[in-house]
Design a protein. Sequence first.
Length: 140
Amino acid sequence: GEVLKTFPHIEDMLNFVYTGSQPFVSAGLVVYGDPSREGGAHAPLSYNGNAMPSQGEKWGGGLTDYEILGVVCHERYAIGGADPKSEQWAAEYATWCSEDSEIFAALEAGTVDFDTLAETFKMLETAPRPVGTEPRPAGK
């Protein structure tokens, strides 16, 4: 459940996993995830002083946007405790992680990426927030 406290919005988690922590430091961002997180906000390099490696291709990582979404969905729903049938998480799961997710399918097909999907899918019932491939504050 800690990942859900740090990243109540999947878009912010996707951005952080894509970029990793070092680009946050280089951009002068002192917090990642929810700045109002219960128990306190997290700072880049705050876990044992080690960096979260960049996973996205733009930052030298080896994963595609589609693969990052798969990892993040697994982390949130298989490990992190989000219940895809609960009122709190059902819309996010349907929009991003379900077998019927248009976003998941488009990322897999390579027709959108983290920089374009918010605009492409703004018509969805639960419109996605921007993800982006540059480090950014949560919710931006």
